[in-house]
Design a protein around this ligand. Sequence first.
Ligand code: ADP
Length: 602
Amino acid sequence: MSFSFRTFVALILAGLFALAAWGAGAAPPVRIRVLAWQGLEEAEVRWSSLMNQLEGRLAGRRIELRHFDLAGIAAALQAGELDFVVTNPGHYVFLEAERGVSRIATLVADASTDPAHVVGSAVVVLDERRDITALADLKGRSLAAVSVDAFGGYQIAWAELRRLGLDPEQEQPRPVFTGFPMSRVVEAVLNGDADAGVLRACLLERLEQEGALRPGQLRVLSPRTEVSTCRVSSPLYPGWAFAAARTTPPALSRDVLVALLSLSPDAAGQSWSVPADYHPVHELLQELQIGPYAFLRETAWPSLWERYWPWVCGLLASLLVWGAYTLHVEHLVQRRTRELTQAMAARQRLEVQLREGQQQMDHLSRLSILGELSGTLAHELNQPLAAIGNYARSLLRRQDSGNLAPAALRQAAEEIASESERAAGILGGIRAFARKRNRVREAHDPAVLVREASRLLAGMLPGVPEVLLRQDAAVAGLRVWVDPLQVQQVLLNVFKNAWDAQQAVGTERPIEVSLSRDGECCSVAVRDHGPGLPAELQARLFEAFFTTKPEGLGLGLSICKTIIEAHGGGIAAAGADPGPGLVIRFTLPLADGGATVFQESS
Ligand code: ADP
């Protein structure tokens, strides 16, 4: 067989070489993308030596360096086509917020530079422009800059001008964007196309060194004294950032960082330092409302609507619900008010009717008492009338017989006058008692009321027993707050019933009235010596139409009860002790809370 051992070994070795070659070729390059802020050529020149050095430190890892503008870097990040990005501080902050890149190193001007104070802006004018000495003088002028996106080349100066109350966005000063490279800004200022121009820090010094500019040909406005290396018109911000993409393996980031820190300064003296704090850059972008803070400008209605529509809808819905509820409540209130007004009007009408009915009833009941008494009343009036007739006839006889002595004439005339006064008194009392009137409330001496009622009774009913008044010392001087006529009506009713009861047993004993104090009331008890009433009937005495008399109506005591209760008092019946007999007891409210009056007014 021609397949020898040497051939076999040669094949194995060839395989091993092939494997090694495949393995070496398979190591992916480290993809670094750099922002080409001054054009691709400039970038190539600027970064190639640095990257060559870096490749030398990365133990055989190849570096794939590409230069992009802002959009190119965003697209590469989106497509996951880079491991590291090297860009200006403003752009870095934007990528950090939007794409999650994180810095591993910051570029410094030389080894002694603080990484947080590297990038700044120099606003320059032709030295002969004596009319412009400071940034504030740029109002109403024109200002050249490379691009609105340039950090050191525009945004830092823009922020400084805003702090002075100027704003290129409001054409104060009017911006003139030249595009890259930055030397075009210098040309614009030299040609007079712009009154001033923005250069990144140290570019002016470099151009002077290179002979592109005569030293002192351009003057820096509002130079900062605290910055010694280059002339600038602004504070300094962190330098360019070397940042890892979100997908970059941490081991690779570590290797690259170690390599970066170990690099010696490049031809321009620049080197890499530990990463700086980029907060001042955030603050600057926020102030200008650009980059990650561009949303702050979105105050237009559509964007506000897009952002807050759920809140607006919720608010509108709440307002609608609240409005509907308010209308509903308003409607309910109006309906209830209407109902209440109608109910109150109806109640007032009823009260008026009731009052009128009550007055009518009072009047009728008084007339009914008079009706009951009218038979005896006629008899009672007959007496004085008969006496007057007798005296008159006697006078005529004596006149005719001629023996009318003056003394006899006088006596007869006096008797006639007295009898006629008595008759008029009876009729006057009856007329006052029977007349229609409105109810009143007045302070009255209860004893006087009792005496007047008994006098009226005696005037109307001849042969009525005496009314005996007993009065507690506690009641002396007290007044009751009453309608006097109504109280007389009650007393007359009760006296008349007492007389009826006593007539039934044929006794002439006086009717006894006792006055005593009962708290805030005066108690009036009327006792007779009639047969009394069984306990079960006593409870029914005050019912309307309860009567035991053949001619009775059964309304008297029921009206008495209504009158007493309308005064705020009470009325009840009880058997007399000692019996037989009945006691009707009622109470009347005291006037002035029971204050005593010492002057007797009867
Ligand atoms: P009337 O006198 O028209 O019957 P009242 O309401 O005044 O109506 O009296 C109702 C009833 O109460 C009387 O019929 C009588 O039976 C009874 N009554 C009232 N007062 C007395 C009394 N002092 N003694 C016994 N019975 C009485």
